[in-house]
Design a protein around this ligand. Structure first.
Ligand SMILES: Cc1ncc(COP(=O)(O)O)c(C=O)c1O
Length: 405
């Protein structure tokens, strides 16, 4: 089988749609949409030790989803997978859990890349304000990868944690985070934000050598409202939960409680059960079509085509690597003298969906010396025709820009 645009009902309902905004969120295959519907029609009940059939089936699906995700990242133990609301919450949960467990002391440092999404900056800034620790930003090389000299200089003895995205949601650059995993001391925790790599390239904690891996399901064909944490089991067993309550305890008295063991420890309350089912269905859909390797090669072909299109237009300033091996199909660009919102507006008039702004990565915008950029991004349901239409609108309106204005 191969991925096909016809798998995604949104394109039957909007045949004119050129959806180039998958970095923001992906469209959903019919297989996932039907899977959620079937779940609600046939199996839905709350999980957590229900004794009747559909409650048990519901719980089985919930954990099946975690098993499938573990398999997707090359792991076998579903108890290392925690579900939360999204990547933002996942990182906040990790930050607050580490604080609660006294992992940081005053003057400690967190080493963080300049490309991070706000989801992987602000939770650490909250800790910095609370605890008197410092965030130290390391820089990028000209290819949008890690500036190793800067990283090594800043990786001092007082760095207790390194946090870094695997792929930039702005430049599309694949950061060589596995090199950080190999280089880091054993007393430093290492968190990888895989929100933008998981939908594009094979990702495994065993390769990245990280302690925490975080991502968000809606960028991988699943529902919104589901974030995913993978963490080393030993770490999870050591950490006490900062949030707890129903379903996450063994026993409660008037004066105290005993937290439940894994996989319940960090998931108080009723979880997003249908979200978990949607992720199970999304991963089955990806598996049926040849897993992430097939997604990657489908996208590589489109990405090289788009890259050639950008390269041929000198009126466009593209950010990120020009080597297709060093990036995914996420392209941010500016056009001199034109506001990014105007470009996105003109594209929107032709039903071409892109994003304009700082893309929730303001420190990166400042680093690049730009106010705003336009971002177009690719997924398996895109085609060369989508890319042609996108460039045709840019050419008609801005290229060669100097002649027209
Ligand atoms: C790199 C990166 N990290 C985290 C997030 C946050 O994801 P969510 O909004 O689902 O929490 C995003 C969203 O765009 C992202 O691109």
């Amino acid at each position: 089988m191969a991925f096909s645009r016809s798998d995604f009902p949104i394109f039957q309902n909007h045949p004119e749609l050129v959806f180039l905004d998958s970095t923001s969120t992906t469209q959903k295959p019919g297989y996932v949409i039907d899977g959620i519907g079937d779940f609600y029609s046939h199996t839905y009940a709350n999980i957590h030790r229900g004794l009747y059939d559909i409650a048990q089936e519901s719980e089985t699906l919930y954990f099946e989803s975690k098993r499938k995700f573990a398999q997707f990242i090359g792991k076998t133990d579903y108890k290392e997978i925690i579900y939360t609301y999204n990547a933002n919450y996942a990182i906040n949960l990790i930050a607050q859990t580490l604080r609660y467990n006294g992992f940081f002391t005053k003057w400690d440092k967190i080493l963080i890349s300049i490309v991070e999404h706000h989801a992987n900056i602000v939770p650490w800034q909250i800790l910095a304000w609370e605890l008197g620790i410092e965030l130290v930003f390391f820089s990028l090389n000209t290819d949008g990868g890690i500036d190793w000299q800067d990283f090594q200089e800043k990786y001092t003895q007082d760095v207790k944690m390194i946090v870094c995205t695997h792929v930039s949601n702005v430049t599309g650059a694949i950061l060589g985070v596995e090199d950080i995993g190999k280089y880091k001391r054993s007393d430093t925790l290492f968190l990888v934000d895989a929100s933008q790599s998981i939908p594009h390239i094979p990702v495994s904690p065993d390769v990245l050598l990280c302690d925490f891996l975080v991502c968000t399901a809606h960028k991988l064909f699943a529902d919104t409202g589901l974030g995913i944490i993978w963490a080393r089991k030993k770490l999870l067993e050591w950490l006490k939960p900062v949030f707890s309550g129903g379903g996450a305890i063994l026993e409660v008295s008037q004066s105290q409680f005993t937290p439940a063991t894994l996989p319940y420890t960090f998931e108080p309350g009723t979880p997003h059960i249908s979200g978990a089912v949607s992720l199970l269905k999304a991963l089955e859909y990806i598996e049926k079509n040849g897993w992430i390797k097939a997604m990657h090669s489908t996208e590589q072909e489109l990405m090289s085509y788009a890259l050639a299109g950008f390269g041929a237009r000198s009126y466009i300033r593209l950010f990120g690597p020009v080597d297709p091996q060093k990036r995914v199909g996420v392209f941010s660009f500016t056009i001199d003298g034109v506001h990014a919102y105007d470009i996105a507006d003109i594209l929107a008039e032709k039903h071409i969906c892109v994003r304009a702004g700082k893309h929730c990565a303001e420190p990166l915008s400042s680093f690049l010396g730009i106010e705003h950029s336009v971002r177009m991004s690719l997924c398996v349901y895109n085609s060369r025709e989508d890319i042609d239409q996108f460039f045709a609108v840019l050419d008609d309106n801005f290229g060669p820009w100097v002649d027209k204005y």
